[in-house]
Design a protein around this ligand. Structure first.
Ligand code: HEC
Length: 135
């Protein structure tokens, strides 16, 4: 009996938490492709609307520096940045290459199209999806 309760609690948690990948597919994929190598990007540059997510993730990880080599803190700051950027993108905050910004322009805000829980889920996904996947 105890086990049944534990399992249904677990399933409940899974159903209610937003799935970051689903959020990505719904809200981000129309502009950001999930994965693409540098050469492919150069070849397809004219058709692209935004940098691929693998590049975004790696670039932010490189740019967000912390003194201590603390993985949890790094992930936390990354998530804060991404959550803010989704509804509050600004040229001053962008860590995009100048050339890419010139081509793509600044990302349009998704304010009103995504809730807080979805922002959290997709930001976590963006960090974890590309763990050990370099651009
Ligand atoms: C309508 C197109 C579009 C959609 C939809 C979109 N983005 Fe973007 N995004 C862009 C463009 C263009 C850039 C590059 C310019 C910039 O940095 O603002 C970008 C850049 C970013 C950056 C990088 C900022 C930096 O400093 O390097 C993050 C993070 C990001 N997007 C996250 C997301 C997430 C998460 C979603 C979905 C919830 C999403 N984007 C949906 C167009 C889009």
């Amino acid at each position: 009996m105890k086990r049944v309760v534990a399992i249904s609690l677990l399933l409940g948690a899974i159903v209610f938490a937003s799935d970051g990948y689903e959020v990505y597919k719904k809200n981000c994929m129309s502009c950001h492709v999930e994965i693409m190598g540098k050469e492919e990007v150069l070849k397809n540059f004219n058709k692209m609307k935004a940098p691929p997510m693998v590049e975004v993730s790696n670039r932010l990880k490189e740019n967000i520096l912390i003194k201590d080599d603390e993985e949890d803190l790094h992930r936390h700051l990354f998530i804060l940045f991404v959550k803010d950027y989704i509804t509050n993108p600004k040229i001053d905050n962008s860590m995009c290459h100048a050339g890419a910004l010139e081509k793509f322009g600044v990302m349009p805000s998704l304010e009103g199209k995504i809730n807080n829980e979805e922002k959290q889920a997709v930001a976590e996904w963006l960090y974890d999806r590309y763990e050990n996947v370099k651009f």
